[in-house]
Design a binder for this molecule. Sequence first.
Ligand code: NAD
Ligand code: 89Y
Length: 343
Amino acid sequence: MTKTKGALIGCGFFAVNQMHGWQDLDDVEIVAICDRDPERLSVVGDQFGVERHYQSAEALFADGGFDFVDIATTVGSHRALVELAASHRVPAICQKPFAPTLADAKAMVAAADAAGIPLMIHENFRWQTPILAVKAVLDSGVIGEPFWGRVSFRSGFDVFSGQPYLAKGKRFIIEDLGIHSLDIARFLFGDASRMTARTRRVNPDIAGEDVATMLLDHDNGITSIVDVSYATKLPEEPFPETFVEIDGTTGTLRLGKDYKLTVHGPEGTVQSVVAPNLLPWASRPWHNIQESVALIQKHWAERLAEGREPDTSGRDNLKTFALVEAAYLSAESGETVTIADLL
Ligand code: NAD
Ligand code: 89Y
């Protein structure tokens, strides 16, 4: 079998999950890795048996020999690296958050389009098993037409120990985590036209906001609330579970703690557990996120082979990223922001 060859840039905290995800795919092989930090290069190179190591992305692309690049660096380098991939006409995956600003993100989509390469944002939360289960219930029609929804992520988990940069940015929870919740809201309820948001910082040791409450008007008339917090101290820590509530014309859906799904419809109430699989390389409580990494990467490999746009393409993800920008604008001004004014 001819394998699709990939290169990975950024061998940090999260990239290890991505490497495992690639290793699980029989038809994909990561042939080269790149990181500015030689120590990270050796750790990841040794762990996954990758021999070609680069400390500079320019040198990696100059040598070539791969069919796509997986960019797993933090946000500040995303635009330059995607533009570099485009200049070499190499299909690219870029981690969330897309870019520092919406203008950067638009420029990245334009660069990929001009080069004729696919660009996918690694927006994996919609690929979580419990979220896919919620979507399947909606699509089944059992709760009728949804008219109200809530996507909620409230936690007191210490994310700063693994990702210390999260404590330093002027923007925190909406850009880092809320971006996933907003994408889930789009995935379940469709595109949104207006955003009203309020934020606050509770943790005095970080620079950005750690609580956000967002109200979305969706194009199809659904109203949703997306609320996120890393300042919520609960008796049982739910990290990294997303809770979902949906009211429809003929029933309701509730996804709660420990992946318990309750669907109430005209025929009665059905309760089930829609827990993620614990992949052999995964560890609790991250396994929900880790499985979604494997699933989105499988999706990329399939779409790349078929020559079809991935679901969370750069073009698609501009609409999620616009919600992030809109939330910050709304929180700052106190006004409702019209999404079309940003896109
Ligand atoms: P990290 O800081 O641990 O790792 C980033 C690595 O990239 C570092 O080793 C750094 O040396 C390297 N790097 C940075 N710029 C580079 C460049 N120009 N060339 C080569 N190497 C470069 O960060 P992380 O926690 O692994 O996060 C990486 C990205 O993954 C972030 O955008 C973060 O938001 C995202 N992330 C996504 C999820 C998810 O579920 N999708 C979860 C966690 C983190
Ligand atoms: O960076 C974040 C993400 O994308 O998922 C969870 C996280 O690791 C911390 O908020």
